[in-house]
Design a protein around this ligand. Sequence first.
Ligand code: APR
Length: 260
Amino acid sequence: MRSHTVAYIGKRKAIMDFPQEFIRFVKNASRVVALTGAGVSQESGLRTFRDAQDGLWTKYKPEDLASPESFARDPKLVWDWYAWRREAVKGVRPNPGHYALVEMEKQIPEFTLITQNVDGLHRFAGSRNIYELHGNIQKVRCSECGTYAETWGDDTESVPVCQSCGGLLRPDVVWFGESLPRAELEAAVTASRACQVFMSIGTSGVVQPAASLAHAARNNGSVVVEINAEPTPLTPKVDFAFHGRSGEILPELVEAVWGN
Ligand code: APR
């Protein structure tokens, strides 16, 4: 299948003519999977992980903050960074890209949203069939017994502890070196293998095992689409690539497929 790119120049759409072949695939599909990454939340004002100009990681080294070792070494530093990120997320709202995915879920019989994002914005926008592969930053659990905490002290001097066992609380996210939640990952793989159209949206496609889902779909005959601000290692392997802002492309796609 030919690859097709849409170019955006600033806010002005250079071209916006989805190939009719692509429109037909999406319109006729009953099983669609969308895998999203930090790029989908970028237009809500949340930073991505690897965009050099403003990537979250430019301020910190991942291994210094998002790993069991970093938490063991300096639990307060890690707790404070996630507390800062929870506050940052509270201040942002879903963008048109999130709402376009909500509309797709309404239009498509079996629509599965798999996200690497921990910001909770998909659920906030109204998506329901979601697998949060890397957890959710708004949830907090005990690092010892795993009990989830609904509330915790706002003592700024120390990391809050579990009411059940006294263990240190931690964010309910997957850290580097940790395995993904098994049930979510298995469901994500099953959906990716069974779908007719797989959309990789706003992700650099470099972190495993999420990055392998597109290949699982392709190996089972799915039409694979990339919607991303820039080419990624996945681009040469997709059937259609639309490079631009997901907050602009996704609503245009919904309009093109289901608009009146
Ligand atoms: N629209 C579409 N794509 C965008 C936009 C946008 N407005 N802004 C940025 N992008 C693209 C970037 O070009 C980049 O390719 O989104 C992608 C974001 O990639 P990363 O920053 O690597 O984020 P992600 O792919 O989600 O990272 C995966 O790595 O660090 C871990 O656990 C973390 O979940 C994260 C995982």
